[in-house]
Design a protein around this ligand. Structure first.
Ligand code: G3P
Ligand code: MG
Length: 267
């Protein structure tokens, strides 16, 4: 297990040496359902409590959002600001890890969750590996820190999963973050997140050497799915929560759904 306190802030100049993880159409190792932010809306998002609840519902792979504190440490948090999901104020990217560690990330979701901390990424990885769980790590940079976040999260992930059979799937809406991950840990599989279709989406996927595209289900249709798969990319989609919609997406050919409905849609 790596010690994230030793992960340097600056972008490394050369790739680290990695085991040859292979993730493609032949070796695709991930389940067809991923629990979004741990347990969707049934627990405080992006906390260990949420991951435990998702696992109690039978999930084996988890999506969560990772960004950097002001002092460059990876933590789980979706928003750039602290207000919605913690009792803190201001920007997550402006607070130190020791300040973040004081915050309550559970009470906003209900009194039963009070006292739940903001997870340090290293602690989440420890839980995942100890419980043989899989991860879709969404790199969620604070604005202006795309390359730094991509590089630090990718490097931390590569070291943490070193020697493990199935690597985490890295994803991001930020091509810059994915490019940094590609540069420092080329063997870790990547997926480009899309909430709309840019005209050059296929070129972006190829340039970033992604294994998959991860698309808002509201802009997906059968033709796009078949086009992406025909070009050699797996198709993931977020965040369908209606079982009938999930059935339709599967029938159209999606490989994997990322859902909040962890109690209704099981792996
Ligand atoms: O990674 C899929 C999904 O989480 C992307 O959107 O805003 O929920 O992080 P968001
Ligand atoms: Mg996310």
């Amino acid at each position: 297990m790596s010690d994230l306190r030793k992960v340097p802030g600056p972008v490394p100049a050369t790739p680290v040496t990695l085991p040859g993880w292979q993730v493609d159409f032949v070796h695709w190792p991930y389940p067809s359902v991923i629990a979004h932010r741990g347990a969707g809306r049934l627990a405080p998002e992006n906390t260990l409590a949420a991951l435990r609840l998702g696992a109690a519902y039978g999930h084996t792979m988890f999506e969560f959002d990772v960004k950097l504190t002001g002092d460059g440490k990876p933590i789980l948090m979706h928003d750039a600001s602290l207000e919605r999901t913690t009792n803190g104020r201001g920007l997550a990217g402006a607070a130190t890890l020791s300040e973040i560690a004081q915050l309550d990330a559970g009470a906003w979701c209900g009194p039963a969750w009070a006292g739940e901390p903001v997870p340090i990424y290293a602690n989440v990885v420890a839980w995942l590996l100890a419980n043989r769980m899989l991860a879709n790590v969404e790199i969620k940079p604070s604005p202006g820190r795309e390359s730094e976040t991509g590089a630090v999260v990718a490097m931390a992930s590569a070291m943490a999963w070193h020697g493990c059979e199935i690597p985490p799937l890295l994803s991001s809406f930020s091509p810059e973050a994915l490019a940094a991950a590609q540069r420092v840990t080329p063997a870790l599989p990547r997926a480009l997140l899309l909430h709309r279709w840019p005209s050059d989406w296929l070129a972006q996927l190829r340039r970033l050497e992604c294994v998959a595209i991860d698309v808002n289900h509201e802009i997906l249709d059968r033709e796009r799915i078949q086009q992406a798969r025909g070009e050699g990319f797996r198709v993931l989609t977020y965040t369908p929560n209606d079982p009938a919609r999930v059935e339709q997406l599967r029938e159209w050919g999606v490989d994997c759904v990322i859902t909040d409905a962890v109690d209704l849609i099981k792996p």
